[in-house]
Design a protein around this ligand. Sequence first.
Ligand code: GSF
Length: 204
Amino acid sequence: MKLIGWAASPFVRKVRVVLAEKKVAFTYADENIWASETTIDTMNPLGKVPCLVLEGGEALFDSRVIVEYLDGLSPVGRLIPPSGRQRAEVKTWEALADGVMEALVLARLEATWPGRTEAQRSPAWMARQMHKVDRGLDAMERGLSGAYCSGNSLSLADIAVGCALGYLDLRFAQVDWRGTRPRLADLHQRLLARESFASTQAQA
Ligand code: GSF
């Protein structure tokens, strides 16, 4: 299978970390989805990455669909509980982390997308997104009572949260998210010690 991605994307990183944790073989194709000549929309009509192209040529998107598919490929190192409350809990953590990533991406696009003039950029819109980020991170800090976000082993919840925190460090280095969130800071440090996170860290 082939993963089409973009190195800085936190959603792509989530998929890459899951591939590494599940030890699934794949090829990686970096696609600049912001360039006018991108052909990503022939695979994903929404023009977004990550997109996983299966052996038969079918394309899977978005990241939540892809990670669910990958986790089901083998029972080894299960990252998503099969059913019930535990499953809902992990998926809710993922939704929270994805929401933080989405808000960060929207804030960054508002500030930097070259299709917009300086006068068209809205500080109020950026502030609205960063407020979501703040609230999201506070909720994560409150919810993190043990070594892992959910249950007592690594799950998709930790992976998604780690990717959101990594994207903050990558694109919003000025945000001191660690100051009031020691448990998240500790989780992030422990995640970075894993090969799956260390090998997928994007450089600014
Ligand atoms: C979000 C993917 C996304 O926003 C998912 O896969 O979970 N809900 C989707 N990808 C961005 C790259 S990034 O900023 O992470 C993307 O491909 N944007 C291109 C565009 O035209 O919006």
